[in-house]
Design a binder for this molecule. Sequence first.
Ligand SMILES: [Zn+2]
Length: 309
Amino acid sequence: MHRFVAGALAISWMAASAATSNDLALSEAEVAAQRERLARLGFASMLERQKRLIRVSSAIRLHGAALCNDQLSPVTGIVAATSAEIPEAYRETAYRDHGVEDLLKVLWILPDYPAAEVGLRSGDTILEIDGRETHSAASLDRRDPVDSQIFTALKIERDGEILDLLFEARNGCFRPAVLSMLDNVDTHTEGARMVVYSGMLRFAESDDELAIVLAHELAHELLGQKLSVENAESEADYLGLYLVARAGYDVAVATEFARRLAAEFPFALEERAGHIHPFSAARSIALANTLREIQGKLERAEPLEPRTR
Ligand SMILES: [Zn+2]
């Protein structure tokens, strides 16, 4: 019965669209317009995710710098892209709405960060970084870790004018985070960057939860691979929660979030990152102790220094 109805509908649709060739041309135009609307929505949502990732990861990295010893790199707070770095489906939109081509186009800058303070703006094209031509956003991050302060010189193009901007980047914990549009609930380390998947940004509903994910991964990096699995998890939780609290995010959501992640995605964040993150009873108890320790320090307005062990 259903098949018959569907068939009848299909036939009447075909008859209607065959009536005039204009109708068909119109519907093609509508399809194109709809495709454009979808691409625009997709690109906008990607950009929002990128902004959120940069905002949270930059705060974690900057406020944690004192705990990251010599594992530092500059935090630029700049979201920029070349056409090649944008998923193919969004390239036309990125070009039409934001002028993204082969050169590095600034899409967004974190307010109150040095690049914004010296006047870098969305829409600027970055031609050179420290005297070297640049053709990728990765080159903004591909900087040597530094001991103290670092000056970054940008040559940019704005409305046909060439401008030189000099700003003092702030050091934060190595590594800068970068968005992958894959929907995995996962993060992993790739070269000098921490890749955070779109699915993880969706799963970590609040910025507090996202901060916990990013800080935990950073903590693993800082601690290295020497510890046993169980110790590595507890130590990464311990140091990670200090990184979260120092950046001003709420550590209290950690227990429930870790439980939710373990329950819904037991295989998330697995060995591809070089770490596994099992949520055991021992880890749960250690986490509760760490929360008490940090919350006590916050209440007494004591410095958020993790104990060295
Ligand atoms: Zn872990």
